[in-house]
Design a protein around this ligand. Structure first.
Ligand code: S3P
Length: 172
């Protein structure tokens, strides 16, 4: 069984994926880190040097590879916030994984993103004051992709990491 974690930047996919993999005693793959290791540079540099479309291409190739290589195993994958922009990725994730969508309000996402600057090329050039209004249309555009691919949606607003984790464990 492959479990994937999706949701917008800042929702806590990596944190939850890490704890879930520990709980299940299984392997964890963070898609961004996998790409960074393969390319030998951080995501921000891939964006800067080769552009977003090249990153999206790498994202698609890496996802296919990880899923094919682990089809018979138990694995947790933390996806990037933009992985499900791709229709190809959406159907792979929907058909071959149990996808959990970590949902959060735009206010909470904006607060989190404003706190953690410097590693997210999609939002790093946005001023903290405008972050909520700038990410709102992006979130709207991506929301359907998250919802379509997911078989489990977890509302994370106002919940501790522990509560979110327990909710996931009880529902998978
Ligand atoms: C992106 C999200 C990032 C990373 C890249 C692009 C996006 O992952 O894949 O910077 O387009 O939303 P996180 O959601 O883990 O920040």
């Amino acid at each position: 069984m492959i479990i994937t974690l999706t949701g917008f930047m800042g929702v806590g996919k990596s944190t939850i994926a890490n704890l879930l993999a520990k709980h299940l005693y299984c392997k964890l793959v963070d898609l961004d880190k996998y790409i960074e290791n393969e390319q030998g540079m951080p995501v921000s540099e891939i964006f800067r040097n080769m552009g977003e479309s090249h990153f999206r291409h790498l994202e698609e190739l890496s996802l296919k590879k990880i899923i094919n290589e682990n089809a018979e195993k138990v694995l947790v994958i933390s996806l990037g916030g933009g992985t499900l922009i791709s229709g190809v990725n959406q159907s792979i994730i929907k058909q071959q994984t149990k996808c959990i969508y970590l949902k959060a309000s735009i206010q909470l996402l904006a607060e989190r993103l404003a706190e953690h600057r410097g590693k997210r090329p999609v939002v790093d050039n946005i001023d903290n004051l405008n972050i909520q209004e700038e990410i709102a249309p992006l979130f709207e555009k991506r929301k359907t992709g998250y919802e379509n691919a997911a078989s489990l949606i977890i509302d994370t607003d106002g919940k501790s990491i522990k509560t979110i984790l327990i909710e996931i464990i009880n529902k998978i």
